[in-house]
Design a protein around this ligand. Structure first.
Ligand SMILES: Cc1cc2nc3c(=O)[nH]c(=O)nc-3n(C[C@H](O)[C@H](O)[C@H](O)COP(=O)(O)O)c2cc1C
Length: 468
């Protein structure tokens, strides 16, 4: 099949929303009377159903396979208490009808045939609402949970991810539409030749697979990607339907869009083929003044004194407990030559000493205490939309008009009621401005994100039929 490639990006003028349920971390307020459980299914149900009432396209879950450790203890800022994404989403599929269900799953420690099958299962059980947020995982210590130990350096992770995703796509392609008997009177349950074998021989693994499930109502799970390095962006341009980005500020978002459009065209795909939804946080109220007051309160609860010190400790590589969280940054120097927030690619090899000098100067210039400085660095400072409902709706309408993003992936700072004001007040304002849907476009996530059905790549499927 031939199709012409669209080379000019055109803003759709529309926004979609997703919710990113994170679990307790530096962005979640868990110490107020209103805070609910981070692990009970009831919290997941409440958030997902509220999101669905607000016509959200997607419910996201992240993945953290091992708690970060620091100076020999689990790290105070990592997400503690996070259920397995696919299990939680399967349960949510039963209590929701339209919202997409996005599971973050890494390519570094999974296996393609197994993961493709589990995602197909979620896609079928939910009637075509599943998505895979593809990550390579940026840390070195997760490997200790697996037989492989420390595994794959940064560049290799994307080479591996690419082979992994292509294999998964081929598996999903390898089951024809008419593979299953149309009626009980058919001679065979599965049509001869309609389920095909997929072989991949590569550096990291070799597989010989036949799919075990039919395609879903949306053909196959929607593919999200989250990873920001040049390799990650090129990978997304080649493979993803949607990027879960870290660029929510308007100017930055426009730059990111331009960069992704260029990379997508270089990859031989159309300018509008990859959607972008940045991570974001919303602190809203009836008036701008109230919203600012609310923000100060939220921030004071997100980063407590212990978390602020723990954050600096990971860069300083030493105990800093003796320092006053409300005082200036430590004058003592870091002990390690090379630090990294995640002992992987997270800090891209910045020298600790240089970083400390830079941060001390920045904090001094802005008059920030340790706690205020850490709060600004960690708490999605750049990704926060603060203001009255109308003010924020006006700002978001500008994103729709310019095509900076296709929507936002919102991390609620409060569980399970953190989406209520967004759904009750912000969504109607967006609808009034004509930038947000007034009903679900369809039953599948692909339809609700405005994505085309993937073209089946016949060449990718080996012509070696299998009869079940
Ligand atoms: C917005 C966003 C969300 C992410 N969520 C997760 C996650 O839940 N689990 C995870 O292992 N990695 C997550 N990642 C990071 C990915 O592991 C990514 O593969 C990693 O940052 C390495 O790729 P990069 O160097 O291209 O950024 C996320 C990244 C971004 C930008």
């Amino acid at each position: 099949m031939s199709h012409s490639i669209v080379t000019e990006f055109t803003p759709s003028g529309q926004l979609r929303l997703g919710v990113f349920f994170q679990g307790v971390n530096s962005g979640t307020v868990w110490k107020t009377a209103e805070s609910g459980s981070q692990t009970d299914f009831e919290s997941f149900r409440r958030i997902a159903q509220t999101a669905e009432r607000g016509l959200f396209a997607a419910f996201f879950l992240g993945e953290g396979l091992r708690l970060r450790e620091h100076l020999g203890r689990p790290h105070a800022l990592d997400v503690a208490g996070r259920p397995d994404a696919q299990t939680a989403l399967a349960a949510l599929a039963a209590v929701t009808t339209n919202i997409g269900l996005v599971a973050t799953q890494n390519t570094t420690y999974n296996d393609p045939a197994d993961l493709a099958h589990r995602l197909s299962t979620l896609d079928l059980l939910s009637g075509g609402r599943a998505a895979w947020n593809i990550v390579t995982t940026d840390n070195a210590w997760t490997g200790a949970n697996f037989r492989r130990g420390g595994y794959l350096d940064h560049a290799d992770r994307y080479t591996h991810a690419e082979a992994f995703v292509e294999t998964a796509k081929r598996i999903w392609d390898a089951w024809d539409d008419a593979a299953i008997a149309a009626s009980a009177s058919s001679a065979r349950w599965s049509a001869e030749g309609a389920v095909r074998r997929v072989r991949h021989t590569g550096r990291h693994y070799s597989v010989d697979v036949t799919p075990r499930l039919p395609r879903s109502a949306q053909y196959r799970p929607v593919l999200f990607q989250a990873g920001d390095s040049p390799e990650g962006r090129d990978f997304a341009a080649r493979q993803a339907d949607v990027i879960f980005s870290a660029h929510p500020q308007l100017e930055d978002a426009l730059d990111f869009r331009r960069d992704i459009v260029e990379r997508t065209l270089r990859a031989g795909r159309g300018a509008n083929d990859v959607k972008i939804m940045p991570a974001s946080e919303f602190i809203l109220a009836a008036t701008p003044q109230e919203a600012l007051e609310k923000k100060a309160w939220v921030r004071s609860l997100q980063i407590g004194p212990q978390q602020a010190i723990a954050y600096l400790e990971q860069f300083w590589g030493r105990e800093l407990q003796g320092y006053d969280p409300d005082g200036p940054l430590p004058e003592i120097d870091p002990v390690v030559e090379e630090t990294s927030e995640t002992r992987g690619s997270g800090f891209h090899g910045a020298k600790a000493r240089q970083l400390a000098d830079q941060w001390r100067a920045e904090a001094k210039e802005k008059g920030l205490s340790i706690r205020q400085f850490v709060s600004a660095k960690t708490s999605r400072g750049d990704s926060t939309f603060t203001g009255s409902y109308t003010e924020v709706a006006d700002r978001l309408a500008e994103y729709a008009r310019t095509g900076a993003v296709d929507g936002f992936n919102i991390s609620p700072w409060l569980i399970p009621t953190g989406l209520d004001d967004i759904v009750n007040h912000l969504v109607p304002e967006l609808q009034e401005r004509g930038v947000y849907p007034t009903q679900y476009a369809g039953g599948t996530l692909r339809e609700n994100l405005g994505l085309a059905t993937p073209l089946r790549t016949d060449a990718a499927v080996e012509a070696s039929p299998v009869t079940a």
